[in-house]
Design a protein around this ligand. Structure first.
Ligand SMILES: Nc1ncnc2c1ncn2[C@@H]1O[C@H](COP(=O)(O)OP(=O)(O)OP(=O)(O)O)[C@@H](O)[C@H]1O
Length: 310
């Protein structure tokens, strides 16, 4: 087996009855990297994750986790992977410590109870019943359980859904530490900032297909930098300069007319320089001037808005 590749997916298709939820996707996850699956609601992220986890047989294509078929060779693969589901199933009357103890009983060579509780930042809650935990704390308990067996590959399905910003940052730190310790992580998320901060590489799924993939830099490249400002009343659209060859798009937002440019090629700095020189020469004020690089959100929204051939 090639040990530099932890996960290989080739031509995966998954159906529910006649409905094709995953329509032929391929990607690889390298050992020790964090790979994020992003996508609109119903894009096929959870379905893909379930195939990787071995929960569902593959309808078409190939899935390999640590060189093996996770469904057919479940007994070999399962002890080496950790899974954090969207909805963890707990006994509400057990305490955090009792829950961890319970799961340690099913886990080969588990972490110590206190270590697992501390890893999830729940030491102060060790004696508290699960029913009394907040939603975010329950998610972290779920993460602790997924990490009990020191998995080589960790699957996280929307690990920070419903968490407040502080809890989310704490969880990101835990996940970063897991990756730093050498584990491979695949996560799904709706939080683009989460992917931007954590992912070595990512794929954006839309209606069962991968629309784009790569590092955040790869994915946003080609989407252009954005410059926008409020169009002064006395300037006619035809008088606006071209920036790096780009013409302004005009939108009306809350009664204000906004001119925005998507600048590719010469880049943000050169485009901004041309705009400021023009404004100086024409004595035009640039109220609400904004200049920023393309973000994952720009790519995501554009991808989600695109039709597909399905
Ligand atoms: N058990 C099922 N039976 C029938 N259709 C299903 C089933 N599970 C999922 N689907 C459909 O398959 C598609 C993909 O669902 P999936 O849960 O994989 O998407 P997702 O990207 O994880 O979505 P979300 O971000 O909303 O969680 C959706 O259209 C969904 O309605």
């Amino acid at each position: 087996m090639d040990t530099s590749t932890a996960i290989r997916v080739e031509g995966l298709r998954q159906r529910y009855g006649d409905f094709e939820a995953v329509a032929g996707i391929s990607f690889e996850v390298r050992t020790g990297e964090l790979f994020a699956l992003l996508g609109t609601n119903g894009a096929g992220k959870t379905t893909t994750l379930e195939a990787l986890e071995g929960h569902r047989a593959v309808h078409e294509g190939t899935v390999r986790v640590l060189g093996r078929d996770p469904h057919r060779e479940r007994r070999a693969v399962r002890p080496r992977i950790g899974i954090m589901l969207q909805e963890g199933g707990f006994f509400a009357d057990l305490t955090v410590a009792e829950t961890v103890d319970h799961w340690r009983g099913f886990t080969p060579a588990p972490r110590g109870r206190d270590e697992a509780v501390a890893l999830a930042g729940l030491t102060e809650k060790a004696g508290v019943r699960v029913r009394q935990l907040s939603g975010g704390q329950k998610r972290r308990l779920d993460l602790a359980l997924a990490l009990l067996g020191r998995p080589a590959v960790l699957f996280l399905d929307e690990p920070t859904a419903g968490m407040d910003p502080e809890a989310r940052h704490t969880t990101w730190k835990i996940v970063r530490d897991v990756v730093a310790s050498g584990a491979t992580v695949v996560l799904t998320t709706h939080y683009l900032e989460e992917a931007e901060r954590l992912a070595d590489r990512l794929a954006i799924l839309h209606r069962g297909r991968i629309k784009t993939s790569g590092t955040v830099g790869d994915v946003v490249a080609g989407y252009g930098d954005r410059i926008s400002f409020q169009l002064p009343g006395r300037v006619r659209v035809a008088e606006l300069p071209a920036l790096g060859g780009a013409r302004a798009d005009i939108t009306v937002d809350g009664g204000r007319t906004v001119a925005s440019y998507t600048v590719t090629g010469t880049g943000l700095q050169a485009g901004l320089y041309d705009l400021l020189r023009w404004a100086e020469e024409e004595r035009v004020p640039l109220d609400g001037l904004q200049a920023r690089s393309a973000s994952l959100e720009d790519v995501f929204l554009r991808t989600a808005a695109e039709g597909t051939t399905r």
